[in-house]
Design a protein around this ligand. Structure first.
Ligand SMILES: [Zn+2]
Length: 248
């Protein structure tokens, strides 16, 4: 059996993309802020990239509210964080990063957001999509699920089904030459009901390097604690997802 998703997610085994059906070994990670994709799925992204998958990041907001540094304007912060995200992606083998540019902290589950993500899906044509679990308002009774995370998760799911799939949604995209697209697997991070896990032990150092690339976001002390905090009792490092397979 070729290495791929089967190796990442035993014993529940999603099938590989079928080339004869036009399915591509592509994964799209849709995240609200620069650094969210790396928090949630950097290890899995690195494993997929090493296995020959084409992985793309899509960041919905500009990240312009994520600093307490009074010397940084929102525009300067947005530019800095975009650079940090591109560097993290490069370290992981993620082949491209897109930015939708909605204002940080003000994202809504809007038609404009669904339209933009639908365009991405119809253009990149991923087999699997990774994004925020939009459902919990509180994650594990310990964290508030940021409103931008919820809006991004909802809009991404709404874009996967039905809008990207059905040609009468956003017909101007179809008229411009894009085709409808079916995503086959959704992986939600930041979930309080995960049903699968990816063993990222082999790439934990790469994930940490990607996290360090977000220098405006994480203190040295936090970065030092992270691998300890994340380590399982048996020594492994995992990324957990709520997985939804869309075969129909
Ligand atoms: Zn975030």
């Amino acid at each position: 059996m070729p290495a791929g998703l089967e190796d990442l997610f035993p014993p529940a085994r999603p099938r590989e993309p079928r080339a004869e059906a036009g399915e591509l070994r592509r994964a799209l990670v849709v995240a609200a802020h620069p650094d969210d994709a790396d928090f949630g799925a950097a290890g899995t992204a690195a494993l997929l990239a090493r296995d020959g998958w084409e992985v793309r990041y899509l960041v919905t907001t500009d990240g312009s509210k994520g600093s307490d540094d009074p010397s940084l304007t929102p525009a300067a912060l947005a530019a800095l964080r975009a650079d940090e995200q591109r560097e993290a992606a490069r370290l992981l083998g993620v082949s491209s990063v897109g930015f939708l540019g909605f204002v940080d902290g003000e994202l809504e589950r809007s038609r404009a957001l669904v339209e933009a993500i639908t365009r991405e899906l119809r253009t990149f044509r991923p087999f699997a999509v990774y994004t925020h679990d939009p459902e919990p308002l509180f994650v594990s009774d310990a964290f508030v699920n940021h409103s931008d995370h919820r809006a991004t998760g909802y809009a991404t799911v709404d874009s996967i089904y039905p809008t990207a799939r059905d040609r009468l949604n956003f017909p101007d995209q179809i008229a411009a030459g894009l085709e409808p697209h079916r995503v086959r697997a959704i992986y939600l991070f930041g979930s309080d009901r995960p049903n699968c896990e990816s063993d990222i032990s082999a790439v934990i150092e790469v994930k940490l390097a990607a996290m360090r690339a977000h220098a405006s976001q994480f203190s040295a002390e936090f970065l030092e604690q992270m691998p300890v905090f994340w380590r399982e009792p048996d020594g492994r490092h995992l990324e957990r997802f709520r997985r939804i397979l869309l075969e129909y």
